[in-house]
Design a protein around this ligand. Structure first.
Ligand code: ADE
Length: 239
């Protein structure tokens, strides 16, 4: 997969040299290119922002540098990902969907955001997905770009060593993952649940399913179509 990231802070993306995305890059599974938006400005101060039309606080990213950057990258056939707190929530389903694309271009906004015409114009040329990491405001799209790239790249074939580990994760089954333990069996007076040491795979699977359902009902009831039954939850994942 090829991923182009456009940002005024290219160094933010240096973290993608590490860990799994870094290995994917070295193995040729990920072709990641980071571009400085200011390279597409023409004034001495390399200006990328201006005051908001209609007034108000903060600054808005001007459309011209973005237009030039996206033209230079040739959007045709790519999916443009625009992180914004006004976007659709980034979910595991969306990550799986994006992992099927051949090429992503991630446009990292700063300040109050990018002039809307950039996104509207891009939509006439290619698929555009505006994504939000969650209901809070970051200073810009770079942290979200890191999250998108990491969530997507680990789903590419060959990137995660043991693909079975992807299957049991939080959100893959529409539920949060059960708690996990390793050695030693007892630590600071706390024991690994005995069933996990029983060697009985069916009981382990049943315990995990139950723990995942309880956790999800407690922490993320929004993920469930749950109906109260006599002594607990009848759990139906929403996806
Ligand atoms: N940019 C600023 N806040 C953001 C958020 N919550 N998600 C994605 N991009 C953002």
């Amino acid at each position: 997969m090829r991923v182009d990231v456009v940002t005024v802070f290219p160094a933010y993306l240096d973290a993608l040299d590490l860990s799994l995305p870094g290995r994917a890059r070295r193995n040729g599974l990920l072709d990641l290119r980071v571009h400085d938006l200011r390279d597409f400005t023409h004034d001495r101060h390399r200006t990328v922002d201006d005051t908001p039309a209609g007034g108000g606080a903060g600054m808005v990213m001007r459309p011209e540098p973005w237009g030039e950057a996206l033209d230079a990258l040739d959007l045709d056939g790519a999916t443009l990902v625009v992180p914004t707190p006004a976007g659709e929530p980034l979910t595991q389903a969306r990550a799986r969907d994006l992992a099927t694309r051949e090429r992503l271009v991630v446009a990292c906004g700063r300040y109050e955001g990018i002039d809307q015409r950039v996104v509207d114009h891009a939509r006439t040329r290619t698929e555009v997905v505006e994504v939000s990491l969650g209901d809070y405001v970051l200073n810009g799209g770079e942290v979200a770009a890191l999250a998108v790239v990491e969530a997507v790249v680990r789903l590419l074939p060959g990137v995660v060593g043991n693909p079975a580990s992807l299957v049991e994760e939080s959100h893959e089954a529409g539920l949060l993952e059960a708690p996990v333990y390793t050695r030693p069996p007892s630590w600071r007076g706390l024991d690994v649940p005995p069933v996990l040491l029983s060697g009985d795979h069916a009981r382990v699977a049943a315990w995990r399913a139950d723990a995942a359902a309880r956790r999800t009902a407690e922490r993320r009831p929004d993920l469930l179509h749950a109906s109260r039954v006599v002594d607990g939850w009848e759990v139906v994942p929403a996806v």
